[in-house]
Design a protein around this ligand. Sequence first.
Ligand code: WTA
Length: 707
Amino acid sequence: MARPPEEPKSRSEPRGNAVSQSIDALLADEVKVPPPPGMKDQANVRDLEIFDRFSEEHFPACFEEYARLLDWDRPWRTVLDTSKAPFWKWFVGGELNAAYNCVDRHLERHGDKAALIFVSEDESQPAQAVSYRDLYRRVNEFACLLRDFAGIRRGDRITFHLPMTPELPVSMLAAARIGAVHCQVFGGFSGAACGTRIADSGSRVLVTMDGYYRNGHWISHLDNVGAAVETAESLGQPVEKVLIWQRTPGKPPGSYRLKEGRDFYLDEVLPRYHGKAVPPERMRSEDPLFLMYTSGTTGRPKGCQHSTGGYLAYVTTTAKYILDIKPQDVYWCTADIGWITGHSYVVYGPLALGTTSVLYEGVPSYPDAERPWRISESLGVTIFHTSPTAIRQLRKTNPEGPARHKCRYRVLVSVGEPIEPEVWRWYHGKVGKGRAAVVDTWWQTETGGFLCSTLPAIHPMKPGSTGPALPGIYPVILDEEGQPVERGSGRAGNICIRNPWPGIFQTIWGDPQRFVDQYYKRYNRDPKSTDWRDWPYFTGDGALEDTDGYYRILGRIDDVIKVAGHRLGAKELESACLQVPGVAEAAAVPLADEVKGRVPDIYVALRPGVTPSSEMADRVKTTIIERIGKIAAPQHVYIVEDMPKTRSGKIMRRVLAAISNGVEPGDVSTLVNPEVVDAIRMIAGRRVGEGPGLSGETIRREVRDLD
Ligand code: WTA
């Protein structure tokens, strides 16, 4: 079952008429690009036999292969415990420490090797290497400070609101060393957004930084502390200590005034712990390693709780098998560590493998779109990992840029959004010069690591298609009734994973019921069952499987909007709008964007007696930025007289999204007020066919799926 891309049965089975069938097969094959020659002899995975090892009959024991890549203080007794389904427990009885696995165990052989290379956005600053030995020292000193100065104990949660500098992985690993659960909030989120996460996780300590460079500007990050602490406290969570790293020691603070007894510059406190070491805490495999907040269908972000043993085993092995990381590689993933990709594939996976991970502070296109190629050339980057948004931007700004540099990539990785075939071809042809394997990896915050991708040395690549499922992942596409869509039929449905795997998140922090309801309830066959086969994991993505066993991800079927690869919830945007006095109703919908994939468009209706004005629209926009962050800034804010609604009073977001994107709104007969459609279209100033007109079919489908 999990052995794509062998000839699937469905291709030889009669389907439709013979002509369309052969055209399908032709298309599927025609666009495939073979893996680079010579790669197979050196890759970490060299043949398809792996899919036999990970076939269903060997599940779950097959995943011991993953756990064996780690050093355990005590071996596990049970590979998978399903007794509290769907709260899966992996490698039960095993004990280990994540920081030990990412740092200590490399000291003997790789102590002097760079664990991290930090590249400042300011190009005049030289790249800084942090060796595994340096990392060991810095992690230990900070771990000691967290324990003795901040009073952090095993199991405590601690919130980080840090930008992309080495202090972020140092802080994460220090927390992991003493058994604390870290909750890194994306640095670009606002203070208020950070505060809600502090409160939800119950953190008593916030670790932040004075500022950082972004797009050539100094961002005074410290200004977020006030709102973060106030928001957390208003939600009932006092913040006892704020620990502040300094991006450039000695730089005078901005307008923020430190609160005595609560706020501390780490440069002043850390010297007390100079040279001190803390023994790594022996953690149970199923103890939480971190929480990663992400957006879903409600306004409240959910803290996805990831385990220590299962998660680390999964990201380490998938980094080895899919990214093909070897210790001698210089690996660069541009994702921000504040998102799951950064946790799994900037920090934990690569460092557990003892490779060199590049950490870049700023935006890839600063000061120009050749920066990534200059960095890659000068550092000798062999594996480059980024998002379709970044690739689109670099391609648009400077399509010939890569040709001017001697980059020698072996593997190129795309993550976070669907990549258009023409963008894929540029990445493969221009960036990889046709010599690199491109892997389009599909997965989610919840899944810890990759679910679908081609294996770089083995599988032919198909632009626009993520590829087959990873070894040991058994997807199924289910229709609305829960019936599997015929394999290889190319029919769209809800992609689910039939089985648990070690990287799957354990629960939503503090809300186990929401965890079950959101991810398992829909297709669960028996709520009392302890058989994993009764609990397909619901991903929330629409997808189809081609005749060759490759999956094409069509996008979210819920209210999640991926803006430049960042995951935002429509409901979060809407609740921010409702904070503005005078706003009665709000709807956030995705608008197709040439570079960012999607951007939010906002529609608001005002309370009776409130006059629409451009100031009002501006207030909505600034409130969104204050409550969430700049990444959520809407493209347009439209003030409308009335929202299109169903008889039960529900706003038909599908109709609004259709208007924004200039596509047919479809059936509007269920509206109580169909007349508003034309009025809103006038306000939005867009007629059908006048949309951004990009990825036309995809946006049409997405619009249809709303509501
Ligand atoms: C989307 C990011 C198409 C998908 C790792 C998923 C993708 C959501 C791909 C998760 C891909 C991720 N092709 N779509 N290769 N990778 N997605 O939690 O809709 O930020 O559900 O995790 O991104 O976003 P998240």
